[in-house]
Every structure is written in C-alpha cells, then in structure tokens.
Design a protein around this ligand. Sequence first.
Ligand SMILES: C[S@@+](CC[C@H](N)C(=O)[O-])C[C@H]1O[C@@H](n2cnc3c(N)ncnc32)[C@H](O)[C@@H]1O
Length: 247
Amino acid sequence: MKPAVAALLLQLAAFPLTLASVYLLASAGLPMSYLVVAIVQGAIAAGLTWWRALASWWRAIQLLFPLALLGTAQLAIPPAVFLAIFLFLLLLYWSTYRTQVPYYPSSRRVWDAVAGLLPPSGPVRVIDIGSGLGGLVLDLQARRPGVEASGIELAPLPWFISRMRALAAGSRARFMRGDYERLDFSRFDVIFAYLSPAAMPALWRKAARELRPGAILLSYEFGIDDRVPNRTVYPTEGGPALHIWHF
Ligand SMILES: C[S@@+](CC[C@H](N)C(=O)[O-])C[C@H]1O[C@@H](n2cnc3c(N)ncnc32)[C@H](O)[C@@H]1O
C-alpha cells in the first residue's frame, strides 16, 4: 500500500480511539477543547504510524495534521477559495500520493550540464521523464535544434504549461501527458530523470530492460542503490550530483 494511503487510513483508525480517549479524559475532569482533541488525535495517529513502521517523517506529519486542519478551519477561508486552492494543488501534484515524486524544478546549471553530456552529433532523441514545466526540454531544444527533445509528464497543469510554453516559443519540443512507466525507453538515446529515491529502483529495472546499447540514463540528485554510475558530475558547487549510466 502507498504510504500516503496508509497514513490516511491510520488517521481514520485513530478517530474512534480519540473519541474513547477524549471521553475518558473528560470523565476524569480534564477541560475539553478542539485543541485537546486535535492533539490527542495527532498523538494516537503518530503512535499507530510508528507501530505500522512507516518512514519516520510520517510520524511528524500525522501528529501535526489534525492541528493543521484545526488551524485552517480557524482561518474561515471561503469555500470557493478553498476549492480553488484544492483544484490548483490537485492539478499540480496529481498522482504524487502514488508516485512519491512531487513537482520541483531543476535549475539552469543542471540544464547546462545535461546539454554538455549529449552526444555531439547525430540524431539524438532525448526525453525528460517527469518534465514538469518543461524548462529542461525547451532549453535543450533551443540549444540543439538538431536533437529531438521531448518530455512526458503525469500531472495535467505542468504538462499544459509546458505545451503552452513550447507553442509560445515556436519550439519543436514535444510534450506528452502520461506515465513514463508506460513509455518504451528503447525509442530514446538519452533519458533524464529528476524524480525521488522512491522511484529509482523501478526506474533502473525499466532502463535495464528497455534501453538500447549506447543509450545514456541521467539522474539528477538521486542515485540507485548498488548501481554505481559510470560518471558523476556536479552542476553546482557543493550541490547534488548528476549521475550518468552508459548502457
Ligand atoms: C522533481 S520534478 C522534475 C521536473 C523537471 N524534470 C525538471 O527537471 O525541472 C518531477 C516531475 O515528475 C512528474 N512525475 C512523477 N512521476 C511521474 C510518472 N510516473 N510519469 C510522468 N511524470 C511523472 C511529477 O509530476 C513532477 O512534475
């Protein structure tokens, strides 16, 4: 089960225990308030999360979640604004609860490094798997008009923005909306990934199965256990590594 789904179920499971605890505490004469209920709910959910051995940061999230709910309720945000914010976040993050890869952009220094690693000539097909707002793909296409630069993105809003950016710039960069796990990697010479540690083992298995000899896999920031890269470069001084595997 995905950790976010497990965390939600544990919050739900904590609720009857919270009700029972609050009833006992009130019977013992403790003054009750929504704040006390939120603290008890958070503490029980965090305890269940520890018991189910979710990653340690989930305990803090579970503890603070009911307090955050309570605090947000106090703000009395109009429902329409709440809905708009919810829809914006939904379209931006989409299936992050499943992929465990949220949106955060790479920087121009990373794009410089990737451009420098592309084969110098020939019809290079390069793809950013999880292309976000499309910055890397548009940059590579502009620098190297001869390459076929594309991106694939699961979340609707970043994908839409990258399409609009390509249209506005008159770029021939292609942006597909979809799941890179369903993409045939053998169609590409260079695959760039900026994902998360959770995604790396499955990415390696897919790359090993599908990439053709001579293809290159690049991963910014996140390595793959037991798979030593052929090369590592550091786009920014003291910053994360760009790992390079040759197939
Ligand atoms: C850390 S961001 C990197 C964005 C972009 N590559 C960059 O360098 O700026 C990761 C992106 O991958 C997308 N993503 C996560 N899992 C995906 C999947 N299975 N298929 C396609 N996109 C995915 C997320 O929606 C997010 O926009």
